[in-house]
Design a protein around this ligand. Sequence first.
Ligand code: HAM
Length: 418
Amino acid sequence: MLYQAPRGTVDILPEEQPYWRHIEQKIARVCQLYGYERIDFPVFEDAGLFQRGIGTGTDIVEKEMYTFADKGGNQLTLRPEGTASACRAYLEHGMTNLPQPVRLFYLIPAFRYERPQAGRYRQHHQFGIEALGDIDPAIDAEVIDFAWQFFYSLELSKLALLLNSIGCKKCRPNYLRALKEYYAKHAAGLCADCQVRMERNPLRLLDCKQPSCQPVAETAPKSADYLCPECQAHFDKLKGYLTVLQIPFTTDHRLVRGLDYYTRTVFEIQPRVAGSQGTICGGGRYDDLIEELGGKPKAAIGFAIGIERIVLNLKKQGIAILNLPKPGVFIASLGEPAKNEAIRLAQGLRREGIGVIMATGEKSLKAQMRQANSLGVKQTLIIGEDEVKAKTAVLRDMQKAEQKTVPLADLAGLLRSE
Ligand code: HAM
C-alpha cells in the first residue's frame, strides 16, 4: 500500500518553497518595523484551554478540534489557532508585569477538522500577532494598519477591510435579546443550523451562508446600534484613526467572526477577486479572554493570516517571486581516485561559498554530462586519472560548450570571478 498525506493536508514541495520563504521574509521585516517579537508555543495544549478560550458553542470546539488522550490520560488538543496559547503564555510567564502592551507574533501550523476545499485545509499555517494588555483604540488601529502594511509589502492589491463592533459584556446582552426577538419572528424560513444557533450562539446567525437565510440576516438588528457609550466611543475613535491612516474600510454589520472570545472590534480582510478562497486575515479584540483564562482582566487585540491563502492569492495576482539560486557547478569524475578528488574538491568549494552538486554512482561520463545539463548548471568540472596526477580539472562552460584545463588551486578564485 502506498501512503498518501492525510485528507486536508498538503506537502509543501520544493517548487512551492520560494513563496513561503518570501512570505517569511516579509513577516520578519514588518514585525521588526512594528516592534512585535516572536513566540512559539507547543503544538498541543490542554483541551480545556481552547474549550474555555474559543467557546463551547463554536464550530471549532464542537466539530473541528483534534482532541486526544495521551498515555497519561491528559486531554490534549492540536491547536486550532494561536490566540489562546498566546494568552496562556502571557499569563504563565508573568508578561503582565512587562510594559503593556506586550507585542507578540507567531508563525504556526494549526489544525481543524474541516471539510477540505481550495484554501481550506485540516492543517494550515497562520501568521498571527497579538498586542496584549492595552485597551486604547490606537492599538486596534495599529494592528489593522500592520495587516494592511503586510499585504502592501507583498504587493497584494484589491483587498477589502471589513469592520464591525460587537460590543462588550455590558451591552451585548441587550443586542442579543433584540437579535433573538427578531429571529424568533422569522424562525420558519431558517435553515436547520440557524434553528440551533438561535438557542446556542445567536451572534452566528448573521454569519450563515445558506441562501434561504440571507434576507433575514440582511435586515437583522445591528450590533453597532446597541453599543454602550464606552464601546461606541471606542469604535468611533478607531474609525477616526483608520481615516487618519487612509485605510479604507467598510462597516459590515454581519461580521461576527467564528470564535467566542471577541469583544468590540472585529475585522476581516478579503480579496475583492471572485473565487479567491475568502478571508485571508481575521482578527479582533478579546478583552475578556485573559480573565477567562484565570488572569487579572487585561484587554488585547490581534489577528491571524492564513499563509496558504496568501500563496493562492500571490499566484492568482501573478506576483513573481524570486527563486534562490541553485548550485552553478557540477563535478563529474571517472574512476575511484578521481572520485576521491571530486569529494574533496566539492567540500573545499562549498567552504569557499560556491554551490556544488557532485555526481554519484558509477555513471559514464556521458551520463554525468546529461545530468549536469538537466540540472542547468553553468559549469562542470571533469576529473579523470590524468587530472588527478596533474592536480588539475577540466572546466567546461555549459552554455558556450568550451572547456579548459585549470589547476585545482586556482579553481575557487576562477569560479567566483565567473
Ligand atoms: P480565524 O479567522 O479562525 O482566526 O483564522 C485566521 C485565518 O487563518 C483565516 O482568516 C484564514 O486565512 C486562515 N484559516 C483559518 N482556517 C483555515 C483553514 N482550515 N485552512 C486554511 N486557512 C485557514 C483565528 O484563528 C484567530 N485566532 C485570529 C486572531 C488572532 N484573533 C485575534 N488574534
